[in-house]
Write a protein that binds this ligand. Structure first.
Ligand code: GCB
Length: 651
């Protein structure tokens, strides 16, 4: 049989990525933003699409599907970008596909970009999992990993004033070498399975949606351009201190002209009014009487951001401008406490997913606005990007709304811990830090969720991954979300804050809500005692079927989910009074899609909200809890009624 499944999937990844002409995708570049020197053009919309045959994964490469429009080499369907491809049609094979999928579209570039000597960059916010990008038949770049940006300079590959072709090949196969990991199970018994039969399994419960999940842009810069901007902030009395470092690039051939490049900065306030200016590619700006970036419900004016207008110019007259948002805030942490702007933090939030019907993990602005509106309705101040980095469009909203983020890598459920995996994991952390380093909303890095860190090699592995993350960014605490018993936990010693997932009275002692308080208090006190670090619960919860009611509470009823939460709240309040318990995040914000299985009805039902974002009883209860915490901790007046539960809690 030609090129058989997993084998071909893997060999294709290796052989094809060897022939790409450039590999600058390890740095996804600054988010495409318009300025007086930059034009941005969206390539979102309907693309052409075709799957590779399941049993001949290499067909598209062998037949060079990227050399001409896909519609010329065979049948195509329309595919929405951004979106997952799985749930878009009625086709089961498309929903369940494992292997290569091909996308392409035509686009124009104006001749003016050539006459103006513009550099042109193609950028995909993400594509899951492995991708190879072609422009006009040239293999341009490849990227491994589904949740971080991919970019490539396409200036010399374009035909100006004419149609150009962009082709993206994506492979969603997960193996023990990918992050996250998965396994391809080959079924070789001819009496039970057809020839070549295989299935994908993985060590997490959410659907492994695939596709071009985030916006695709092309944008221009001058030949001398702003490559990256690093911003850190501090507070000195009433003043804010912004330290910046601008790196610039240059497409001109010949001796380096970096000596002739100059930078200047203009700081604008939230109204766009000039605050102050500075010269030089590195430097410090003092903002007198600064407005600080505060989280939602910790200030009357959360999410305050200035704009740093960065300008880079050279002797040839190139001038590049990039507007970068800056939130001035400090973070602190010690053995008991997390602080923001020197005030103690208590995180009240949830784990989330990028997940919705039809579009799967595709960016959807309507959903982003809805989710932040629900978070604010809840009185939540934070969430974790469980279990992978979320779209930059979501992160922008978090910065703006003052919602704090625990920014997690895609390393969910890892095991094995060999050196190759560790190096890949370190690169992923570096890419994530590179992308999100300047975001005021990001208050902690999470290197992963529920690794098999009861295996001894996890000790060296996590100490290296955590220390690489810290050297990429010393300004934020680093964690990993744990679920192994504390007596056999090898990752914890490397972390700044201990985050633990515990499902008392759900996965253990099912039906026995009365044990939650005792077990939670014992467990979390011991974690603190053992490691002398701040601790928080990063997941707890129960599944509920909306509209299913039972009194007394019974598993899967809305009453059971609500009562389980109340028992947990009692434990959290007691732990909080001990001074080292820094937050609670329920699992999950909303019900989300899971693979087909017999113990879940097509979704993880632990949401406060249904998948279509309507509150369950748990959502109303959580709203009363979070608003009452906000009132207690930040002395806030609750602005409007918080429903029946709020009434009972005296809000
Ligand atoms: C966990 C995982 C989360 C699952 C959850 C569950 O511990 O971190 O991804 O969805 O349990 O519902 O089982």
């Amino acid at each position: 049989m030609g090129c058989l499944r997993i084998w071909s999937v893997l060999t294709c990844l290796v052989s094809v990525s060897l022939v790409v002409e450039s590999r600058d995708s390890s740095w996804g570049g600054l988010y495409p933003r318009e300025s007086a020197s930059r034009e941005v053009k969206s390539l979102d919309g309907l693309w052409n699409f075709r799957l590779s045959p399941l049993l001949d994964a290499e067909k598209g490469f062998r037949e060079e599907w990227y050399a001409q429009p896909l519609s010329k080499s065979g049948p195509v369907i329309s595919m929405a970008v951004p979106s997952s491809y799985n749930d878009i049609t009625q086709d089961k094979d498309l929903r369940d596909h494992i292997g290569w999928a091909w996308y392409d579209r035509l686009f124009y570039v104006p001749t003016r970009w050539q006459t103006d000597k513009q550099r042109v960059v193609l950028r995909l916010g993400s594509a899951h999992y492995n991708s190879i990008i072609y422009v006009n038949g040239h293999s341009l770049t490849s990227h491994e990993g589904g949740h971080l940006p991919i970019m490539a300079d396409i200036t010399t590959k374009l035909v100006y004033g004419k149609e150009n072709l962009v082709t993206v090949a994506i492979n969603n196969t997960l193996t023990p070498e990918t992050i996250p990991q998965g396994t391809i199970v080959e079924h070789n018994d001819p009496s039970r399975y057809p020839p070549g039969y295989f299935a994908q399994s993985y060590n997490f419960d959410f659907t492994n949606y695939a596709g071009i999940h985030r916006p695709v842009y092309i944008y221009t810069t001058p030949q001398t351009f702003i490559e990256d901007i690093l911003i850190t902030t501090d507070i000195n009395g009433a003043n804010g201190v912004i330290t910046y470092n601008v790196t610039h690039g240059n497409t001109m051939i010949g001796p380096s002209r970096s000596g002739e490049v100059g930078c200047s900065m203009k700081l604008l306030d939230i109204e766009g009014d000039h605050v102050t200016s500075a010269m030089g590619c590195q430097g410090t700006i003092v903002v007198t009487n600064a407005s600080l970036w505060w989280p939602y419900l910790m200030s009357e004016n959360p999410g305050y951001m200035y704009t740093l207008l960065v300008a880079v110019s050279d002797a040839e007259g190139n001038l590049d401008l990039y507007p970068h948002k800056v939130g001035i805030r400090t973070l602190g942490w010690n053995s008991t406490t997390l602080t923001i702007n020197s005030k103690p933090l208590y995180l009240r939030g949830c784990g989330k997913h990028e997940d919705a019907d039809i579009r799967g993990k595709g960016v959807d602005y309507a959903l982003i606005v809805k989710d932040f509106s629900l978070l604010k309705w809840l009185g939540a101040n934070s969430f974790r990007t469980s279990h992978y980095p979320y779209a930059e469009e979501i992160m922008d909203m978090a910065d703006k709304e003052g919602i704090m983020i625990i920014d997690e890598s895609p390393a969910v459920g890892l095991s094995g811990f060999d050196e190759a995996l560790m190096n890949k994991h370190i690169s992923v952390m570096q890419e994530l830090v590179q992308r999100d380093k300047n975001r005021p909303s990001v208050i902690m890095w999470s290197v992963g969720n529920e690794p098999k860190s009861n295996q001894a090699p996890a000790l060296n592995y996590f100490s290296k991954v955590v220390s690489a993350t810290k050297s990429a960014d010393p300004s934020r605490p680093v964690t990993c979300v744990l679920n192994k018993p504390k007596e056999k936990e090898y990752a914890a010693s490397s972390l700044d804050v201990i985050l633990v997932n515990r499902y008392y009275s759900w996965y253990g002692d099912t039906g026995h809500l009365e044990v939650i308080k005792m077990q939670t208090i014992t467990e979390f006190s011991e974690w603190h005692l053992l490691h002398n670090k701040p601790v928080m619960i990063s997941e707890y919860g129960a599944g509920s079927l909306p509209g299913y009611h039972m009194d007394p509470a019974w598993t899967w009823s809305e009453e059971y989910q609500a009562e389980l939460m109340i028992r947990n709240f009692e434990a959290f309040d007691e732990l909080r009074s001990k001074g080292y318990f820094v937050g609670e995040m329920i699992w999950n914000f909303a019900d989300f899609s899971t693979p087909q299985e017999y113990n879940r009805p097509g979704a993880c039902m632990k949401g406060l909200f249904t998948r279509s974002r309507q509150p369950k009883m748990a959502g109303h209860l959580m709203r009363a809890r979070y608003w009452s915490l906000a009132q207690k901790l930040s002395n806030l007046t609750v602005p409007c009624g918080t429903g029946t539960f709020g009434y009972i809690m005296g809000l």
